[in-house]
Each structure stands twice: as C-alpha cells, then as structure tokens.
Design a protein around this ligand. Structure first.
Ligand SMILES: NC(=O)C1=CN([C@@H]2O[C@H](COP(=O)(O)OP(=O)(O)OC[C@H]3O[C@@H](n4cnc5c(N)ncnc54)[C@H](OP(=O)(O)O)[C@@H]3O)[C@@H](O)[C@H]2O)C=CC1
Ligand SMILES: O=CC(=O)O
Length: 288
C-alpha cells in the first residue's frame, strides 16, 4: 500500500524521501525520483511531514518509537501521519510519543485495496491534530477520493476497524450464499448477478464474486502478510477487542473471525481474503 501511495506523490512532483525495512522495495521509487534515507529517524528529520504505512500495531510502534524510529527525528513544525491499520491504544501511544517531541500527529487509516491505492481512490479516516489534517489535505486528495475528519485520536482507528469488521462478516456471508446456491443446483454466477442488481449490491461482491465462483482469489487484500498473521483476521481481532472494550456484542463478526482462522489453517494465507470461502467448502466436506 505504501509503494503506490508514494508513487502517486512522486508523479505529481512532490519531494519524496522513502525508507522501508526491506530496502529493495524502495528501488522502483528511487528510480522514479524518490530519495532514500537509511532509517525512519532520518526520514522524519529530513521531511516536514512523514507518512507511515505499516503492517500492524507492533510494526507501527517499532518504526515510530523503536531504535532510530521516526520519533527521534520529529520536532516542532513537523507532522506525522500514520496511515497503517492499528488499534485505538496503539494510535494513542504513537500520538503521545510524537506530541512529546512538540510535533503534530494525525492517524489516517485507509479504506480501499491495492488497486484503489494505485488509482488514488483511497478513503482516509483521519483523527488527531486538525491543523495537520488541513496541511496534508491536498496530499490526501492526491492519494484518495475522500477524507473524513473524525475528531480525537482513536476515532480514525476505531472507524477503520468497524468498517473492516463489517467487510469480514459480509464476505463470510456471501461465501455461504455462493456455496448454498451451488449445493441446491443453482448457478452461483447467476446469484452474483442477482445480488449485484438488488438492495444488497456491493462493489466487493461484484468485484470478487466472479472469481470466487471459479475458486480463484487474486490477492488484493491478503488473508495474511509476510509476518504470517492474517491481515483481515488481524483487523477482525482488533475490532473484536474494540467491541469488548465497550461491552458491545458482535456475535456475527466473532463467527466470521473463526472462519478466517480456519482459512489460515488450510494454508490460504497468501490468497485474497475472499478465499475464506474455501474454509466453508472444507467444513462441508468434513461433515458430509
Ligand atoms: N492491502 C490492502 O488492501 C489494505 C491494507 N491496509 C492496511 O495497510 C497496512 C499495510 O498493508 P499492506 O501494504 O497490504 O501490507 P504489506 O505486508 O504489503 O506491507 C507491510 C509493510 O510493513 C513493513 N513491516 C512489517 N513489519 C515490520 C517491522 N517489524 N518493522 C518494519 N517494517 C515492517 C513491511 O516491510 P517489509 O517490506 O520489509 O516486509 C512493509 O513495508 C496494513 O495496516 C493493512 O491493514 C488498509 C487498506 C487496504
Ligand atoms: O482494509 C482493507 C480494505 O479493503 O479497506
């Protein structure tokens, strides 16, 4: 997600300095004009505004607050925008560390997949320092199609987790429908078409349904990332934690989460999250 976002900034002529743990992934950006710094600290020291796009809460904290982390390069007049998906507590922790250096902080997780990042069509769910939000709005408008300012730090993270919780449950339910339609002798491709025309139509169903019917799961939002955690399961887990923290019952999301865990155990971590349907196929065979 970070690469296409940086690329879009380079394309419009922004001065971009990049860092990534695996440096080779910066090379295409460097060849297109980005400069490279050897640590998050150096990036932050050399930039007015630093964007972070990291896998999960652990890496977001490490890259910000760890050794040679971005915090060490921050200071008054600078801003830190974390666009990673993290939980509320992580975002608040990062905010505290950035603020302690006299800098501004904005959390800005994104809704949208790799293709939407490439196309500059992300949706930003921001919260934190309003003045930083206003300062970076022109950049967010290059990277995305809409932006929401949601108030105090934590609200952006919470909104992102709620959205992905709904998405995870929707995909699990859609998978059940595809398999049930097939089992009762219907053509699941027709089901996808019917759904696309009605009140429950969703771009996600129209986009992923045709390949799910063919048991293909071209990866857009991976079931997992390199660290062997399920990306969506991570988001569902964080969303369930959020619900728990306010005693909100979320039985549908909890059931969906179990399915994603089964999908992982079937070795589907590298596939798109729509591969959760395979977990249901396997379950049906188990009980046949
Ligand atoms: N993919 C998607 O469709 C969407 C993803 N998101 C969110 O965006 C974020 C990034 O996702 P995505 O780009 O797909 O994930 P990737 O796995 O492709 O990228 C993760 C990034 O985090 C870095 N990273 C991971 N662990 C560490 C660590 N311990 N220290 C330093 N760097 C680390 C990786 O570095 P390295 O290259 O060295 O491994 C890489 O740059 C996640 O929070 C995800 O939930 C949000 C919306 C959509
Ligand atoms: O986080 C994933 C997305 O599609 O949004």
């Amino acid at each position: 997600m970070g690469s296409p976002m940086a690329l879009n900034l380079i394309k419009v002529g922004c001065d971009v300095i990049v860092w990534n743990r695996t440096k080779s992934k910066c090379d295409p950006l460097i060849s297109l004009g980005a400069k490279y710094s050897s640590s998050p600290e150096e990036v932050a020291a050399n930039c007015d505004v630093t964007f972070a796009m990291l896998a999960d809460p652990e890496s977001a904290i490490d890259v910000t607050c760890g050794k040679n982390g971005a915090v060490s390069g921050m200071g008054p007049g600078k801003g830190y925008v974390d666009v990673s998906t993290v939980d509320v507590a992580t975002s608040k922790l990062i905010n505290e560390h950035i603020k302690a250096r006299g800098a501004l902080f904005l959390e800005a997780p994104v809704s949208g997949s790799k293709k939407l990042a490439e196309d500059g069509q992300l949706i930003f769910l921001t919260a934190g320092d309003r003045s930083l939000y206003e300062l970076v709005s022109p950049l967010l408008d290059i990277l995305g199609k809409s932006r929401f300012y949601l108030g105090k730090v934590g609200n952006g993270a919470a909104m992102k987790l709620v959205v992905n919780m709904i998405m995870g449950s929707m995909m699990a339910s859609f998978s059940e429908g595809i398999l049930l339609s097939k089992k009762v002798g219907l053509d699941p491709s027709v089901l996808v078409e019917v759904v696309s025309q009605g009140a429950i139509s969703a771009p996600m169903y129209s986009l992923k349904g045709p390949s799910m019917v063919k048991s293909q799961y071209p990866t857009a939002f991976p079931l997992k990332h390199q660290q062997k955690k399920l990306m969506l399961t991570q988001d569902l887990r964080l969303a369930l934690g959020l619900a728990e923290s306010v005693s909100q019952s979320t039985p549908i999301a909890a059931a969906a989460n179990e399915l994603y865990k089964v999908a992982k155990s079937y070795g589907l971590s590298d596939e798109d999250f729509s591969a959760v349907i395979e977990a249901l196929k396997a379950k049906s065979q188990d009980t046949a």
